[in-house]
Design a protein around this ligand. Structure first.
Ligand code: NA7
Length: 559
């Protein structure tokens, strides 16, 4: 690449997406790559989320890179579901093993990125005042990295400590013997509450919507099961790549929840409940699509809550009744419901009586002040679009990405957006991303972008841009697929419902990892229909730039 650039590619973020992008672009394509990362180390989501109990809800043997058979053989996971420190250590190991650190600028946030249509380059500006030009911009900013603390009145008056789960202090927080409020009961709250309750003098949990949660049954991995998976890792990886959720299917559905005989239904649910993790959610093939079928599964989990929690009022408050199971992200827990049987745990339901204000001494609800020393905000994220909209990304006609997306994100394949040439989003909105194993999603996106960049080198293409009509069709398809599911029946972060004023658009693609991969592969095999690929003109600029008129070829014609 000989455009006047400082780097061929700038990558934003050194989490799992950025690390793999750097490795492939630099080591396989031979490109000059620069990565900017706001944290003081690599790891992304797993660098920031250090709250007590933080753990991945995908099994460790499959929540790991597949690109290096040597890496997957060498790395030893300790537990069935990896805890945050172990995942962070893995990210660090990958960075060292593939010598990635030398091209990563840590503690550096990208504040703006502006496409220059004349030269066909991105001008990237950081919070350190550095400006670099690159031919391509790749965002690997994560889907859940823009943490959100609601604007509770009186926040500034609180005399104690406050911490968001996604911005947990690196030195830890000593909660021993202290009175702790936890606000929020999504995955982060559900994981943190039991661990905090073991140390704190008292935990008061503030719950707006009860979440469905299923026992993870986390445990140390046995040497024999690790050896068995490692012996067959390549087959499991191949399966993961085409499985709907990006993980091998060990417990396939037994059929429709409405057709299975009662005896089988109960036995199967009990078996899966004991197995823990995702098996319960996979019991039937129609619970994501049919409300009546969903109710079979939801009722089973509700019974478990009633059986686990001794105080009937607390059990009722903890029981979700008005939305389908799985429509908000399912949680996997360790001793969550049992925790409410402890004397030092109190549940405050916020459904009818929201938090009035934060006071000097605690949290005021329904006229009652709950006095605490520490408030833990497990209140979630401005998901998927938040991290991208936080950067001033300006496209070819000067429009800001956040303005182009003011009515919700619009992408072609979740990878690219019209008006923003040479910009690729790893696990962007409109791709399976958060609905599947993120690492499989990341590898698929980075590999696809690599193939596209190779194609561009081969055909001397310098500008790649999604076409508006292809983008419109993809957005319609994403919406249509979501409309056939029960996902739209809950106020979830998938829909942006947790952020006041955010457009209600279902952001991830529900079509599943395998079918989505097939679509992307077909686009590549057909010469990138839906993208306009612009060849270079004599002076290295895009053919349609500057004063010399050029031809912006539809992709399939460029071959
Ligand atoms: P989530 O799943 O978005 O959970 C946030 C929680 O905070 C949830 O229970 C919210 O209630 C609650 N919340 C948010 N705003 C408020 C206000 N204003 N008052 C009271 N309660 C509030 O975030 P997590 O960090 O737990 O998990 C994010 C993802 O990370 C997770 O799904 C996994 O993919 C990993 P609500 O349900 O909106 O009523």
């Amino acid at each position: 690449m000989d455009r006047k650039v400082d780097h061929d590619v700038v990558v934003i973020g050194a989490g799992f997406g950025g690390l793999y992008a750097l490795h492939r672009f630099r080591d396989d394509l031979g490109l000059d790559v620069r990565v900017f990362e706001r944290g003081s180390d690599v790891g992304g989501t797993w660098y920031w989320n250090r709250y007590p109990g933080a753990r991945c809800d995908v099994e460790s043997m499959f929540y790991s890179y597949s690109f290096s058979p040597e890496l997957e053989q060498d790395w030893e996971w300790a537990e069935r579901f990896p805890a945050q420190p172990e995942i962070l250590a893995y990210a660090g190991h990958v960075a060292d093993r593939f010598d990635l650190r030398r091209d990563i600028s840590l503690e550096t946030s990208v504040v703006s990125a502006t496409y220059d249509p004349e030269y066909g380059t991105w001008l990237v500006v950081t919070d350190r005042g550095e400006q670099v030009r690159a031919a391509y911009l790749v965002t690997a900013v994560g889907c859940l990295s823009s943490s959100r603390v609601p604007d509770f009145p009186g926040m500034e008056t609180f005399a104690g400590e406050t911490h968001h789960t996604g911005r947990w202090p690196h030195d830890g927080v000593d909660l021993t013997g202290r009175r702790v409020a936890v606000i929020g009961t999504g995955s982060s709250g559900v994981q943190a509450i039991p661990v905090i309750a073991e140390r704190a003098a008292h935990v008061t949990v503030f719950q707006r919507t009860p979440h469905y949660t299923i026992p993870a049954r986390n445990r140390p991995l046995r040497a024999d099961e690790v050896a068995a998976i490692k012996a067959d890792y390549r087959r499991y990886r191949a399966e993961s790549r085409i499985a709907p959720g990006g993980v091998p299917i060990f417990n396939p559905p037994v059929g429709s929840a409405l057709d299975v005989a009662e005896q089988t239904r109960i036995e199967e649910l009990d078996r899966r409940w004991e197995a823990g993790g995702s098996a319960v959610m996979m019991t039937f093939n129609d619970t994501a699509l049919n409300r009546e079928a969903n109710e079979v599964l939801a009722a089973y989990v509700r019974d478990k809550i009633q059986q686990s929690v001794r105080d009937p009022r607390t059990a009722t408050t903890l029981t979700p009744v008005d939305y389908p199971i799985g429509a908000k992200r399912i949680c996997f827990d360790t001793d969550y419901y049992d925790t409410y049987n402890r004397d030092n745990v109190t549940l405050v339901g916020l459904r009818e009586t929201p938090i009035e204000r934060i006071t000097e001494h605690g949290v005021l609800v329904d006229g009652v002040e709950h006095a605490v020393d520490v408030i833990v905000f497990a209140t979630g994220y401005d998901a998927m679009t938040g991290p991208l909209n936080a950067i001033d990304i300006r496209g070819a006609d000067g429009q800001l990405l956040r303005d182009a997306w003011s009515a919700g994100p619009r992408t072609y394949l979740g990878l690219s957006t019209a008006g923003f040439p040479n910009l690729f989003m790893i696990t962007g909105p409109g791709s399976p991303s958060v609905l599947v194993n993120m690492i499989v999603s990341i590898e698929q996106h980075v590999d696809w972008v690599c193939d596209l960049l190779t194609h561009c080198q081969e055909y001397d293409v310098v500008r790649v841009e999604a076409q508006l009509d292809a983008q419109d069709r993809w957005v319609d398809h994403v919406n249509e697929r979501a409309a056939h599911t029960l996902y739209l029946e809950a106020a979830s972060w998938y829909l942006g419902a947790n952020v006041p004023g955010k457009p209600r658009v279902f952001m991830p693609y529900v079509g599943g990892m395998g079918p989505y991969r097939k679509t992307c592969d077909q686009v590549a095999a057909d010469g990138y229909p839906g993208f306009t690929l612009t060849p270079r003109r004599g002076d290295g600029r895009p053919a349609d730039a500057g004063s010399t008129p050029g031809t912006a070829l539809p992709a399939q014609e460029s071959l």
